[in-house]
Ligand binder design. Structure first.
Ligand SMILES: [Mn+2]
Length: 280
């Protein structure tokens, strides 16, 4: 925060507020999933409603969903419709960066129903090579690579293009941040050096259940929101969604809101994981 990145545009930038959830896993308990449970299904749906409620209450301007929004490609059609209705309820642009559970390509959950016909504010990023979504009225561009599940060595943050024309440059990454105790056999590596080189102001991360900031060089902020419903709830670090405030001076500040009414965690209260440049 309060840093002068060399790439910052001169003069002020347009302030805005972002909601960043990930790993909702909608439909994880649908009929036919092998985990059929009406009670769990209701809980997952309530989680998404609660996430959108935070966005409405906090008057966010944009929502970025950092992957694993759906649990699998066989979720019930009612789940697809429910998801689209909730996106529409957000009433601001919503960008989904597909993760490994809700990948694009062959047998994609996103090819079953045109969610954007119900939620006209929704953009689904579908390119494995990466694509940029422009939200002109906010002076924001969002870059991300979609998972296809074709290769386990997919690198979500590899080779982002240079910063574009918009004042705010964001990215979405769904993968496994490499830290000093990281398990390297896990797929979809994301490294501190890649985050720093990306020259993005903020990188919305997904794939982990637990809320954490990660090291991303001196000029980039990057964080996992964690899952709204998490095995880590008892730690106080699950059950969260991130509010990201971008100031006119170029600052990026996080607040982790609870979807269960616990106290919000301010930026510096959110744990920060170091990178591990020597681990290969
Ligand atoms: Mn994942």
């Amino acid at each position: 925060m309060g840093r002068e990145a060399p790439w910052l545009p001169r003069g002020g930038r347009r302030p805005f507020r972002l909601l960043h959830p990930s790993d909702v896993h909608l439909g994880a308990y649908d009929r036919g999933s092998g985990r059929d449970s009406a009670a769990h299904r209701d809980a997952v749906e309530a989680n998404l409603r609660a996430v959108i409620d935070v966005g409405l209450r906090e008057r966010v301007d944009l929502v970025l969903i950092a992957g694993d929004f759906f649990d699998n490609a066989r979720v019930n059609e009612e789940t697809l419709r429910f998801a689209a209705e909730q996106m529409a309820r957000a009433e601001v642009p919503v960008v989904i960066g597909p993760g490994n559970h809700d990948h694009v390509g062959d047998n994609s959950v996103y090819d079953r129903l045109d969610l954007t016909s119900i939620a006209q504010n929704l953009v689904i990023q579908r390119s494995e090579a990466g694509e940029t979504t422009t939200i002109k009225e906010l002076d924001v561009e969002v870059w991300g690579r979609a998972h296809t599940e074709r290769s386990s060595d997919f690198l979500p943050l590899a080779d982002p293009p240079p910063r574009g024309d918009a004042g705010w440059q964001l990215a979405i990454g769904h993968g496994h941040f490499i830290h000093p105790r990281a398990v390297l056999r896990h797929s979809f590596h994301i490294r501190e050096e890649e985050l720093a080189r990306s020259q993005r102001d903020y990188v919305a991360l997904g794939h982990w259940e637990q809320l954490t900031r990660v090291a991303a060089g001196p000029h980039t902020t990057a964080a996992y929101s964690g899952a709204p419903q998490s095995l880590a709830v008892g730690s106080g670090l699950g059950g969260r969604v991130l509010l990201v405030e971008f100031s006119g001076e170029g600052d990026v500040g996080l607040t982790a809101h609870s979807i269960e009414g616990a106290e919000p965690l301010r930026h510096d209260e959110i744990p920060l994981l170091a990178g591990a440049p020597d681990r290969v």
